[in-house]
Design a protein around this ligand. Structure first.
Ligand SMILES: Cc1cc2nc3c(=O)[nH]c(=O)nc-3n(C[C@H](O)[C@H](O)[C@H](O)COP(=O)(O)OP(=O)(O)OC[C@H]3O[C@@H](n4cnc5c(N)ncnc54)[C@H](O)[C@@H]3O)c2cc1C
Length: 486
């Protein structure tokens, strides 16, 4: 039997303990240590569809019960507002109801001005497409309720110990032991670092840090919950650009999670509080009551599995939450660890592969988030900085969008997280394509005419299918039982 110590009981620690125990069962003993006096980060409420994979495959709970028991809501995507002032667009999960955003039909719809990805947002507010409902969606969760829920599901399989890690003993290559305040010195075969931003375990093993501050300088957030009695329950997160960053609005049953995100390089904490306070008053008629400011360094560790230590969640890095990627990254890190460590022999080759994937994942998230800032706004020092400091990847990508279009294979071969449709939705939302270049691009292809004809008829079919599709009211889904219309 292999012994695991998980350090930390935030979302990362709980997900790690669950996935490891449920994968290896009696072959592992999992002890989770946490410091009840050190609060979890307390944010992380908008997710990607990966969360449903965790629920079904590892936690083994049904969606219906989960929604009822936790007050979570269904998320179909993100509504981006004012990134180009006065405009909005929607980034939905694959195949969520926006027929003209699918590649290659999007070629046709963008060229002919019939693209509807950004304008149909209102339809998505209160309904969930019935036929896709079971898998192609994410959730908005209350992070504290979620933690408690996961704890209840696994408390008989995982040993939970409230104790403070005081000293980490390592030889620079492996963790040798952890000395806890009450339990004394404890050893294990594997150590999972889920200790949050401090990376208590991984940082003992000299990991290399990738600093992304130059391209994504946002490094502060203030969060506040706002009670809300929904008449209609939105099924998407709102990310609204401000003059110095952006705000989030996440609908959980009975309340919104909101947050104000900014860069300390361009805004002081007191200015941010003032601006957030005005925003809260205007949107929800409430005052800012929290003093707490969340600070972080934008970036990640190149390797998150060194020797016998795997870092997951915030201890492995953090990129601003614009595409709600935090929990996704945790689940992905664990899936890779599980895939690349079947015998628990901890082989160098497997560590290399796992680290390569982790690095690619963080790199792709960084690039995709950079893309959202390609607004060419110039109305503040912050936005001027973003315009003048585009990453080399973004500069090349902009040129491709302007001069050609996105060729499916160029995205699908190099990217794993988001598909070409996601890139198209965001890029079209930021008005990066040029219909004339798309025409040129099609003309340059040996079978351009046929592609265009096929796109047009496929587009017409999808629009017809979409108009005849039955949607389930979001509210009825949340109150269960789930009714699937066919
Ligand atoms: C502003 C912001 C917004 C975010 N929004 C989203 C979002 O919308 N969607 C999303 O998916 N993700 C989001 N995230 C990321 C998400 O919050 C995290 O990925 C997730 O909560 C995991 O956190 P964690 O468990 O790694 O760390 P934490 O929650 O910080 O947990 C750390 C744990 O370590 C323990 N600990 C620390 N020191 C010791 C010690 N010495 N001894 C014992 N125990 C110790 C603490 O007790 C705690 O249990 C956001 C993050 C931030 C900062």
């Amino acid at each position: 039997m292999k012994k695991f110590i998980v350090l930390g009981s935030g979302t990362a620690g709980l997900i790690a303990a669950t996935m490891i125990k449920r994968r290896w069962g009696n072959k592992v003993q999992v002890s989770l240590y946490y410091d009840s006096k050190k609060k979890n980060i307390g944010v992380g409420e908008s997710t990607t569809p990966t969360i449903t994979h965790f629920l079904y495959k590892y936690l083994k709970v049904g969606l219906e019960n989960f929604l009822k028991d936790t007050g979570s809501t269904v998320k179909l995507g993100i509504n981006f507002k004012n990134w180009i002032p006065g405009t909005e667009y929607f980034h939905g999960f694959p195949e969520v109801d926006f027929s003209s955003t699918h590649y290659p039909e999007s070629l046709y719809s963008i060229m002919t001005g019939t693209y509807d990805g950004g304008t149909n947002t209102n339809k998505a507010t209160t309904t969930v497409p019935s036929h896709e409902f079971r898998y192609l969606h994410a959730l908005h969760i209350d992070t504290q309720v979620f933690s408690k829920y996961v704890y209840e599901e696994i408390k008989d399989e995982v040993q939970f110990i409230d104790d403070v890690a005081e000293t980490i003993v390592s030889d620079g290559k492996n963790i040798k032991s952890i000395i806890f305040r009450d339990s004394g010195e404890v050893t294990a075969d594997f150590y999972i670092d889920a200790s949050g931003f401090k990376s208590l375990l991984l940082k003992e093993l000299n990991p290399e840090w990738v600093d992304i501050t130059k391209y994504l300088p946002i490094d502060r957030a203030i969060a506040q919950q706002v009670p809300h009695n929904f008449d209609e329950v939105p099924s998407y997160t709102v990310a609204e650009a401000t003059d110095n960053g952006w705000t989030w609005q996440i609908p959980i049953k009975g309340r919104y999670g909101t947050g104000y995100v900014y860069s300390s390089k361009f805004l002081s904490d007191s200015e941010a509080k003032e601006k957030y306070n005005s925003w809260l008053k205007e949107k929800y008629g409430v005052e800012l009551t929290t003093e707490h400011i969340i600070e972080y360094k934008p970036g990640y560790y190149k390797e998150n599995w060194i020797g016998n230590c795997l870092a997951v969640g915030l201890s492995s890095g953090f990129i601003e939450p614009l595409e709600s990627t935090g929990i996704h990254i945790i689940v992905q890190q664990l899936m890779d660890f599980i895939d690349y460590n079947p015998t628990l022999k901890n082989l160098q080759y497997n560590r290399n592969e796992c680290n390569r994937r982790n690095n690619t994942l963080y790199d792709e998230v960084t690039q995709f988030i950079c893309l959202h800032y390609n607004t060419n706004r110039e109305d503040s020092e912050f936005w001027r900085y973003m315009k003048e400091n585009k990453s080399p990847w973004l500069q090349a990508y902009c040129e491709m969008c302007r001069e050609e279009f996105l060729v499916e294979s160029s995205i699908e071969k190099s990217k794993e997280f988001w598909h070409v449709d996601s890139y198209i939705q965001v890029s079209q939302g930021l008005k990066m394509f040029n219909p004339e270049s798309i025409k040129d691009y099609l003309n340059s292809l040996p079978n351009g005419d046929t592609i265009l004809k096929n796109c047009k008829s496929r587009h017409d079919e999808l629009v017809k299918a979409k108009n005849s599709k039955l949607d389930v009211p979001h509210r009825s889904v949340l109150n269960g039982p789930v009714v699937i219309n066919t």
